[in-house]
Design a protein around this ligand. Structure first.
Ligand code: GLY
Length: 330
């Protein structure tokens, strides 16, 4: 048993942020790696951007009571999906160029079970529909009208996701009628959330309304297993945020997990994945991509192309935001 009574400064290999720490007592588990024993930090939850703080809190309620990482990741991102003031996820998300809010989401558990929905309209919590796809069908992904029909059959309510605020923004955008989809609006887009539970099981969830003013039918990385999210319980978990097309091109989250399998830390793996994005794109203008990873020891790290990506972390002793390191300033 070990008691910590001081403030903990979290570092993401160089990038630092002060995290509030409570006076808690924790039991440490050790895992063997290369003949040395490493402390396992669990439970723990991490998620992209500032909206991750509230999402993590909902996940933490479940994790700290001994609940599963799968329940925790769903409950966490549902908070963000249901927040009408968040313009990049779920209700209140900015619409496509036709004024339609279309949502993408996926979920994955420690046994590689996964479910996803893409281009789903009129349903507030796509992550819960994705979980139903995973648990109640032999499929991994449903899209468009089929996904909506499935959701309604499962008892999800039909609602208008286009809030007055998002509608006004879209109408203003339409005045210029210039096709220029926007990523990373208000310094965030997707929420990707990764959790390690008391039993040492990893799960993840990823959900977004995607690029604002995109072509109707455009699907980004967020609902694609291996791009927006990937879990391997033997290794770790990863999720992505930013320009989905660039993430898909390098199978981003799967790559981050494979790099961790080959011995990299979460931070190193995210940095290498970002380097691959950079190598594959001659023009980095507005090409923000960020990766966030959590390994089986409960170690987290992130890295992005441009400055500004941050992530929220909550564990028994730590709670707060961490600024990720980055390749370049805007
Ligand atoms: N990363 C979110 C998207 O590209 O849709």
């Amino acid at each position: 048993m070990e008691t910590r009574r001081n403030f903990i400064k979290l570092t993401a290999l160089g990038s630092a942020a002060v995290i509030t720490s409570s006076c808690l007592t924790s039991e440490k588990e050790q895992k063997e790696e290369n003949n040395t024993f490493k402390e396992v930090i669990k439970p723990i939850v991490v998620s992209t951007w500032i909206h991750g703080l509230e999402a993590n809190a909902a996940s933490w309620d479940i994790l700290s009571a001994g609940g599963s990482s799968l329940d925790a990741v769903e409950a966490g991102v549902k908070v963000t999906e249901s927040d009408p003031n968040n313009s990049s996820v779920g209700l209140g998300g900015l619409p496509d160029r036709d004024g339609k809010v279309t949502l993408d989401a996926c979920i994955m558990d420690h046994e590689n079970n996964c479910g996803a929905v893409a281009c789903l309209q009129d349903i507030e919590n796509p992550i819960s529909v994705a979980r139903k796809v995973m648990e109640d069908t032999p499929h991994v992904m449903l899209v468009g009208d089929g996904a909506k029909q499935f959701a309604l059959e499962k008892g999800f309510k039909e609602i208008n996701l286009l809030t007055e605020k998002s509608k006004e923004a879209w109408e203003k955008w339409r005045l210029e009628s210039k096709y220029q989809p926007v990523i990373n609006s208000e310094n965030h887009d997707t929420i990707g959330l990764l959790a390690l539970d008391e039993n040492g099981n990893l799960s993840g969830a990823c959900t977004t309304s995607g690029m604002a003013y995109k072509l109707h039918g455009r699907v980004g990385d967020s609902p694609i297993i291996g791009a927006g999210l990937f879990i391997d319980n033997e290794v770790g978990a990863a999720c992505a945020t930013g320009m989905g097309e660039a993430v898909i091109r390098i199978a981003g989250s799967a790559i981050v997990v494979e790099l961790m399998r080959n011995g990299m830390s979460p931070y190193e793996a995210c940095k290498e994945a970002v380097n691959r994005v950079i190598k594959k794109h001659k023009d980095l203008t507005n090409l923000q991509v960020g990766f966030l990873a959590l390994n089986k020891y409960g170690e987290a790290g992130g890295y992005s192309v441009y400055e500004g990506f941050n992530y929220a972390l909550q564990s028994e002793n730590q709670k707060g935001m961490i600024d990720a390191e980055f390749y370049k300033k805007w």
